[in-house]
Design a protein around this ligand. Structure first.
Ligand code: PEP
Ligand code: MN
Length: 337
């Protein structure tokens, strides 16, 4: 249940209203946007009379039941779009933000060359996996702590904020200098991990699971937000379907739907969705056309020798060409790239 407050209500009156609701055994989420102040009531609201509360509290404009199970991520609770900021980079309203880099950090030379090149092409955040969730235990597992050092060297050399994937909560202290923590598709429903990153003070990039619904993705974001971390970026990266010619099927309808249901920024990873290099550019353009706030694209200096996901990685020239095309389209969409 949410209560939208009248404009310009004094803070002590809001606090008194919250105190009264909480004394009745509910917890609350206060959302102060640029245009709306909203209080969300959480608990068993079945017996609560919305109209009575509206009529007896003159600071309340109107009240409404939220029937969906996700509250903090719900657009009804937070009508304004959320913008996530790292350094001087914004992800959200008015921006189209491109994250790029290799699937995995392989050496210092590799990550430096790729970082400098994607930065020249216009990427404003760099990616690189060091803890890799691989289907086979015999595949390359990432350079782990050593790889992290290389990633941080590339961050220092370029000034680009970095995003890397976490596999379990014991790695949180290692990621102190990482700007965005990625929860990969395979961990989207690792609820203990979601709760722990919910206590972190940095943005979380939450990828949709291989076989998870849109509602399940939103509920996972709810886990993070309910621990107090409001900086969540959602990522559609393709889901499993009966199709075998692509690695996954990019669910384009998830993007406008997520943006209707939630206030969180939504980005798209066309690389893991397609698994095929030649599909990355067309899917990236489609993502922009349906309203994504940005992209995460795998790029490599020599995809044929990549230790992971070479077949879906763009080479540095292809990435540059895609960025030229995207910049032109961003102008049409009225977004900053
Ligand atoms: C990745 O981004 O490197 C990755 C492993 O992606 P996903 O979790 O979407 O498979
Ligand atoms: Mn990959």
């Amino acid at each position: 249940m949410v209560f939208v407050l009248k404009p310009d209500v004094a803070r002590d009156r809001i606090d008194a209203f919250i105190y009264k609701l909480e004394s009745d055994g509910f917890s609350t989420i206060l959302s102060t946007g640029t245009e709306h102040t909203v209080i969300c009531l959480i608990g068993n609201t079945a017996k609560v009379d919305v109209d009575h509360i509206v009529q007896t509290n003159d600071i309340v404009e109107y009240g409404k039941r939220v029937t969906e199970p996700f509250k903090a991520v719900n657009r009804i609770v937070h009508p304004d779009n959320t913008t996530v900021t790292v350094g001087n980079v914004s992800i959200g309203e008015g921006y189209f933000t491109v994250i790029s880099g290799p699937c995995s950090v392989e050496s210092e030379e590799q990550i430096l060359e790729i970082a400098k090149s994607v930065q020249r092409s216009g990427a404003t955040i760099m990616r690189g996996g060091v803890f890799k969730p691989r289907t086979s235990p015999y595949s390359f597992q990432g350079l782990q702590a050593e790889g992290l050092k290389m990633l941080l060297t590339a961050k220092k050399a370029t000034g680009l904020p970095i995003v890397t994937e976490i596999m379990n909560q014991t790695q949180i202290p290692l990621l102190d200098e990482v700007d965005i923590i990625q929860i990969g598709a395979r961990n989207m429903q690792n609820f203990d991990l979601l709760k722990e990153v919910g206590k972190c003070k940095k943005p979380i990039l939450l990828k949709r699971g291989l076989a998870n619904t849109i509602e399940e993705l939103l509920m996972s974001a709810e886990y993070i937000m309910s621990e107090g971390n409001e900086q969540v970026i959602l990522c559609e990266r393709g889901i499993r379907t009966f199709e075998t010619m692509t690695r996954n099927t990019l669910d384009l309808s998830a993007i406008p739907l997520l943006k209707q249901k939630s206030h969180l920024p939504v980005i798209v990873d066309p690389s893991h969705a397609a698994g095929i290099r030649s599909l990355v550019a067309p899917l990236a353009k489609a993502a922009m056309a349906v309203g994504a706030d940005g992209l995460m694209i795998e790029a490599h200096n020599d995809p044929s020798k990549a230790l992971c996901d070479g077949a879906q990685s763009l080479d540095l020239k292809q990435f540059e060409e895609l960025m030229v095309d995207l910049r032109r389209r961003a102008l049409f969409e009225g977004k900053k790239l």
